[in-house]
Design a binder for this molecule. Sequence first.
Ligand SMILES: [NH3+][C@H]1C[C@H](O)[C@@H](O)[C@@H]1CO
Length: 624
Amino acid sequence: QTVSVSATASHPIPTTLWGQMFEDISSGDGGLYAELLQNRAFQQVTPNTAAALNAWSAINGGQISVVADSVPVSNSLPNSLRFNVPTGSTGQVGFANSGFFGMKVVASSTYKGSFFVKFPTASSFRGNLIVGLRTTSGSTIVSQSVPIRGSTTSWQQINVSLTPRTTPPSTDNQFFVTIDGAAASGQTINFAMFSLFPPTFKNRANGMRDDVATALAEMQPKFFRFPGGNNLGQTVPTRWQWNATIGSFLDRPGRAGDWGYINTDGLGLLEYLLFCEDLGMEPIMAVWAGFALGGTSVAQTGLEPYIQQAIDQINFVIGDPATSAPAARRAALGRAQPFKLTYVEIGNEDFFASDTYTYRWPAFVDALRSAFPNLKFIATSNINSPVLSPNPAQWDHHVYQTPTWFAQNSFFYDDMPRNGVTFFEGEYAAISTNPNDIFGSPANGRLTFSTMQSASGEAAYMIGMERNSDIVFAASYAPLLGHVAGSQWTPNLIAFDTGNVYRSASYFVQKLFSTNMGNEYIPSTLPSRTGTVFWGVTRNTATGEIIIKVSNTVATQANLTFVLPFANVATSGSLQVLTGAATASNSPTTPSALAPATTTITTGKTFTFAAAGFSVNVITIKAS
Ligand SMILES: [NH3+][C@H]1C[C@H](O)[C@@H](O)[C@@H]1CO
């Protein structure tokens, strides 16, 4: 196959083309968000139930229960941990938190802990709490003594700073609080709002888990879609609400998330926005748009308060503190300057409620567009079905399919009309090899981790989106992150457990495209729509490099001859290649089965290239 490359670019590559979609789907709390304690503030639990004590356990006979405190630590956090030392206790008595499937502890790292404590009734007790980290088998890793007294009947915040000298043998570790049982026999002490942070990404307070955030940063993503996805809201009262996710932890009630567990909302709107800036990403921010996934749509006559809440959410991001209360909240939290925001998504997957989207879309867009005329609003129902008014200028298209589907739909956007409407491929992934049961179980073809076959199929589809990036302005694989021990969805771009991060085959494909984007598209001989090998050419005008991406989606090697029209073409270029067996994948048991390799290849005005079976290739050549 000969590929003739054009001398002139057809269109600029949008700066936002490759990015990340994020929602908390076993990926926020216990994942990207660095808080180590699970159920840290007993949010949204029913007092006096075993479930309320999730992740908490007693030590040496300590009696613990979650109670609705008569004087809670804050209005948003009505529950406390009631700790009673049985009379006749001996030895250290207390309780522990098991984190999210344990917690990673590393020597010489400093773990910053805090909690609130009070005696519900005054007593003459004076003594010390021992606060620290221990292995699940009970041996202390590091601890600190904290004096308390029974006269403290109002909430007192305690802060500890724990720096272990040794690294424990595993991640089976706990945070603990104990007291001398004999000295404290019969005492009752209340606790609230625990928190324990390891060192975070860029050392941000209330920040991100360093190894996970580092893996995200390595992709050099250009946008970040948040906070959902489904996690926008299963019911109207439990929807994501921006104002419940900012400020002090004491003011964040948490919510029942859409994936079967409580979201602390410690990872909130300001944390998302700061993370966008830390990684050089533009936000693509969703507003809840009157449809709850459980099936409820707010009636047209009842939308106003939710539209106002969306306006306030946007004002928190870009408003003027002098004229907008939500913007003044942002300034009071230390950020007077507005954040960069171009795109706002109206809802999520509203094809589940197209009938009401026909009135919800105009209600939100008309109000938001008049409040923020410079923003672009993305519709989330099926493209032009139903027809919406006003006609959306941006659509969010999602597709989960087989590897073959992606290879066969590399030309998905080639036939779209060029009429000013642009597209956000907000979620796409090859998730099953079974076209008759895409969302089924692993026994029925569902992928647990992406494979070389799925990643090369996705690459073929991405080559198509790059070719059509005059109308595709952004695309992101989904879901981005998932905890291997408790995920609601597979495959994820990045899997992680308590101590490790696993970069998938698809992760390396996303990274290859995002770190080798170029800034203009160079047309070339089109691949066959029904073929199995796909290629695309871009140029980086700053470096004078031609970037050729090739995806071979089948086992047989593909031989290509490239013909470049440029006067000067380097005789050698760099090749970054990800290749392996069709079913090869990176997983906890085979964490580095697949990794890109960089070599030098012979290039020139005309050169041949052999694309290995099941391979994704990026060739970079100096040319002018
Ligand atoms: N059902 C998928 C589509 C939705 O937007 C996401 O929350 C889910 C996983 O990426």
